[in-house]
Write a protein that binds this ligand. Sequence first.
Ligand SMILES: *Cc1c(COP(=O)(O)O)cnc(C)c1O
Length: 389
Amino acid sequence: MPKKHHFETDAIRMQTPTTSEREHSAPLYMTSSFTFESAEHARAMFANEIEGNVYSRYSNPNTDEFIAKICSMEGAESGVATASGMAGVFGCLAGLLNQGDHIIASRSLFGSSHQILTQILPRWGITSTYADTIKTDGWESLIQPNTRMLFLETPSNPGLDLIDLEWAGNFAKDHNLILVVDNCFATPYLQRPIDFGADLVQHSATKFIDGQGRAIGGVIVGSEKHMEKIRFFARHTGPALSPFNAWLFSKSIETLAVRMERHCDNAEELAKFLGNHPSVQFVKYPFHRDHPQFELAKKQMKRGGGVVCFEIKGGIDQATKFIDNIRLLSRSANLGDTRTIVTHPATTTHSKLSEEERNSVGITPGLIRIAVGLEHHEDIIADVEQALS
Ligand SMILES: *Cc1c(COP(=O)(O)O)cnc(C)c1O
């Protein structure tokens, strides 16, 4: 595949080779297996002596195209596509860690990542400790002799807390830790963790990468040294992404840059509006002046992203009223869609956490998350305004 033009150009131009039909847009390879020319060809394929597709659990042209684009955008050597973002998170942990290993993770994590770390991995003797997302000076003391990985999410879901990636890259290097960053909220268009020393980058493609709320999927990219092990794990345990979803995602990536610009434009307008509204306790958006890490956001992100959070005055009662009063926007639990989505994290996406766990990551009863879509910003703001009053 051709390599290294500008971000947008590779996102659009990297394609599987054209077939004899000379099609312009990459076709969908909806096939579970591929054929061999001869017994010798089959033997050589299975012996990894020649490259090619054998079975879509291992590889598929659509999946490969999708992975190649994400690698190009993130600056990664190689990758594995997975059936969901969570299959990616799990594949990354289970593919690399051994019994007795220890993980340090940022406290503000996606709900299911938290469940894997606290409920599932301990059954196999893999433990983890949470580090304060914002105050990194205490992280040193969390290192154990068996600590192998640093697992981070920045900006975090839903609190939009940031971690200094340059600092984290150095910390991981000093302590010989594998640095994994869940880059779902920023996308490679706004933030490239590998540039700061991350070994692996994880995405829920379900969100901004699909961008249209149609399909579930994920991808992990990074250094081949680690990807080799994750690929082995994925090949034999089977979290493969469907070729159809890979085809959708790969087409979606062609518009990622223009979509993210509009998500950011709209989110900035909404954050500005919320910041001045009397019913709003505070607004949180990485590129809004009131965000406690505004300077850091500007250092490591191109723009603030498509998610805005705010604390409504009056707690759970007012939050519930606000959600019920929404007319145009969607009440849903997804994000990264063309359609603006309003979520109440405390009673939905993060309801499985204890109240104490929620409080520790700023998920208060009055916190509202708005995944700002691509509608006209005046219509988004008008609906939020009428729901607030
Ligand atoms: C949604 C999400 C995931 C999980 O992805 P799925 O595709 O839903 O499995 C992981 N991390 C973050 C930050 C997310 O927002």
